[in-house]
Design a protein around this ligand. Sequence first.
Ligand SMILES: [Zn+2]
Length: 186
Amino acid sequence: MKVVFHTDNIDQTFYRQMIHVYLGELGLANPDTFKRWKKVVKSWTIHIYPASDWDGIDGRSGNTGTLNPMIPHGVTGEGIVKCYVIDVDDKGLTSLQNFSAILHEVAHMYLIGVMRGIRGTFRNNDLSGNKKGSQANVSTQEVHDRQMEGKMYQIKAHINVGSWWNRKWVRYSCIAIDFRDFLRVN
Ligand SMILES: [Zn+2]
């Protein structure tokens, strides 16, 4: 899996680390799914763009169901994830918002990778216009149902940040969708 940055200001090492921390959390929930994930991981690329690059016509609006270009969001297609974030160097609330968009797409990516073709039934109306009771791939349905149900948890990480001439370890935590009970039984 490659992470390609089209941004100027965000700390790329920090963002890479948090993506890997979440993927590790997903893997810990069920090592069998992680083995499957490792087989498909090579083919995926995550692109991170500044929110101002959003052209407004890129298919689904992943995270928030809104086309407001200044809100972090993303889209996930076959082999490709595009995230649009607020491009500031920040280890606080802005990154927290950015990660809520990025990790939402990472969740889609992971479930596409490990549960290809498996269908599920929406438990809620979601923000992308899907209706309760309708069917979709679980890679969409389970992510959006959990988002609507507020099944989130805090990911805590010890990350290496700074510039190459002045790096240090700091604690950081962000919020991501919790799949631990779901992945354990699938
Ligand atoms: Zn989504």
